[in-house]
Design a protein. Sequence first.
Length: 485
Amino acid sequence: KLKGPSVYLCRSLPKMEYKCEIEKEPLHASSSESDSEDEEEVPFHVPTSEVVFRGHVQSAVAVLSVAAALAAMVYAPKGGVFDPMACIACGYIFGVFCFQNTFVEWPALPGHILLLLASAMASLLAPTGLQHVGLWANWGMKCVAWAIDVAIVISGYRLMVRGPAYAHLGEGSLEGKTFVITGCNTGIGYETAKTLADAGATVVFACRSEDKALAAMKKIVEECAGQVQDEQLVFVPLDTSSFESVRRFAGLLEKTGVKPQTLILNAGVMLSNRTLSKDGLEMTMATNHFGHFLLVQQLLPGLLAAEGRGEKPRIVIVGSNMSYLHDRFDFRELEVVSGDEKTKQLYMEKPYELFRSYGQSKLANLHFTTELARRLQTKGSKIPVNQIHPGEVLTEVMRDMHPVIVKLNEIFRPVAMGFMKTPTQGAFCTLHLATDPALATSDNITGAHFVRCSPAPLSRAGSDEEVADRLWTISERVTNEVSVV
């Protein structure tokens, strides 16, 4: 077991008494139901956004281009050369590209990716072209072509899968700074916490499970080989699906005397079945949006006070390109379900689809990001609020899916490593936004969605300010919390 001041703090926190007093009237189910009755009907299969459509077109063009190249090779005057190395290189690049388009990975297609696709196509056609001029029989020429094929595959992995990395954090560069990270006992959150702590920061583990959080803290201390001290890691229990837990977390954090400068909203779920939270909300929306909305409202006064002291606090939201999935936000998913068991049962029997629910919750994250950024700027604050897309990462986010999907994920994990990021790579963009000096205030950028450490264009649905403002108002009512901005 870990020993030291931080562990004593962790062990004692759950025993602290904290009473949450709410003076405002709670939101009653009747008000939510009346809103639902006046709500515009949104089909269950929400139409996809223009960004998704553009991704489908990109994939179709890619597939047709490869098909045309293969046809040209088959009907070449002197016969086509289907070189295995060239086929692997081209297949890998175009396969990754189409796979990533499935997850809306390219809301805007940069020039270097177009160049990479063109290079992969050229590598496929090169052996046939060289044979046509009588050079393919030369082993020296073959070796050069194969070396180029290997370079294309490596470039594809680095540019398309791994992506750019954050600037190196020197030893002790984050001393004196405190980061609160939700859901950081595993995956992207764990790698984020480890890197920040290794650079000297104090990290608050805002997690549901004390055992898992303490195990992660112990692992960080061991892996960092003396660079991280026990007192740098603090555990405070938090379940973002429960408003009571969020308010208790804020009270316990205040009692520790820890004053965070950066808030990283990393926790999230992707559920295969409809589930209700303790507060009567759909569990995915409760965990991914409402809990984090309330957490920010609870901690925002402290962040504003830190800004007043000359510090530069930040808010980083781990979102997803799944926010591009739909062309509108379905407010009916925000209803609070209360009453008898029959009412709850009727709600539970409503149609449910994993990616619909997850995509809507991530669109809510994006609206929260843009609206919070606007409100802070209106208040005169320079606290930056930005969202990141970590990419397709091999994490435990699939742990709540159907057992068959979980098993298939385990079987094909070695193959998936060539198409998906490791948790360490998935944390790159989060660390970039949390530590880059150029992003320390909103003077540079705020209210943006970052993909591969660069701001990406928003969809029409994601840039709708009226929807964002309305979602904010409803979120205040649902959480029973009036914001300070």
